[in-house]
Design a protein around this ligand. Structure first.
Ligand code: T46
Length: 131
């Protein structure tokens, strides 16, 4: 499952503030936070799915495109605003591309890092979707 979330931004003359609470704006308990930055020009990342992991991807600076594919439906989201988050749950193949030079991609996850939760082969992913 994937879905674009919109977060409330509190804007005033000083700038903007977005507050995210677990099990509220972020629809799970947050167990891990990581961020991707300093991306080399024209690189792509991802090319995997997760068996169970839930994540919200938020582009804090710059922009990035995220292609998501649940085996039935595909979509490409351009993340370019810190008040938007892409929720990705479970069996969804993801590919990130078109990172701007200044891109900082924040990821909130509902579990600690576990290599066993990754599916890194697309055919294997499709087999799991069709099971
Ligand atoms: C995802 C997308 C959006 C860790 O040691 N701990 C971590 O929490 C993570 C996420 C990664 N790593 C290690 C594993 C690799 O040796 O960092 C290295 C790079 O990870 P990876 O090649 O998986 O990075 P991406 O950008 O392809 O994918 C990451 C996440 O791994 C993945 O869960 O959904 O960002």
């Amino acid at each position: 499952m994937f879905q674009l979330l919109s977060f409330k931004s509190v804007d005033d003359h000083r700038g903007s503030l977005v507050a995210l609470e677990e099990c509220n704006e972020v629809p799970f308990e947050i167990k891990r936070v990581y961020y991707i930055y300093g991306n080399t020009k024209n690189i792509t990342r991802g090319y995997h799915a997760h068996k169970a992991l839930k994540q919200v991807l938020i582009c804090l600076a710059g922009s990035v495109k995220v292609k998501v594919d649940d085996g039935r439906e595909k979509n490409t989201y351009e993340l370019l605003s810190p008040d938007k988050g892409l929720l990705i749950e479970g069996l969804v193949w993801r590919e990130m591309s078109h990172f701007s030079e200044n891109c900082v991609l924040l990821v909130l996850a509902d579990a600690v890092f576990d290599e066993d939760d990754y599916i890194r082969d697309y055919d294997n992913f499709i087999r799991k979707v069709n099971k």
